[in-house]
Design a protein around this ligand. Structure first.
Ligand SMILES: [Zn+2]
Length: 106
């Protein structure tokens, strides 16, 4: 039985990939089903799950929608600290907002 997983072969970029046991250090190995693939087996080197990026994206979007840190943490099932850290990181040092200087009237 072959179980297709949503993974792309880094060598030939085929998505016809099946699980192929584990490497000596316990990483999931994959077997590429493409006959022309130069390697056929590979181990994903990416340590961060894809979910991390999605969560980051959601934090930004929810913030833009006016959600508070606690709301975001509750919805995404992460700690408020994580939310705050992400917001600090994403807060790009953009050009300072034009401040409406209140000219002193006499
Ligand atoms: Zn391949």
């Amino acid at each position: 039985m072959t179980v297709l997983v949503a993974i792309e072969c880094p060598h030939c970029h085929s998505t016809e990939v099946t699980k192929y046991g584990r490497s000596p250090i316990g990483k999931q190995r994959y077997c590429c089903q493409n006959e022309n693939c130069p390697y056929r087996t590979f181990v994903l080197t990416q340590t961060y799950p894809r979910r991390t990026r999605e969560v980051k994206q959601q934090i930004v979007e929810m913030t833009l929608n006016g959600s508070g840190v606690r709301d975001i943490a509750r919805v995404l099932h992460i700690s408020p600290t994580t939310v705050i850290q992400e917001l600090k990181k994403t807060h790009s040092p953009q050009a300072s907002e034009p401040k409406t200087s209140t000219a002193a009237k006499t």
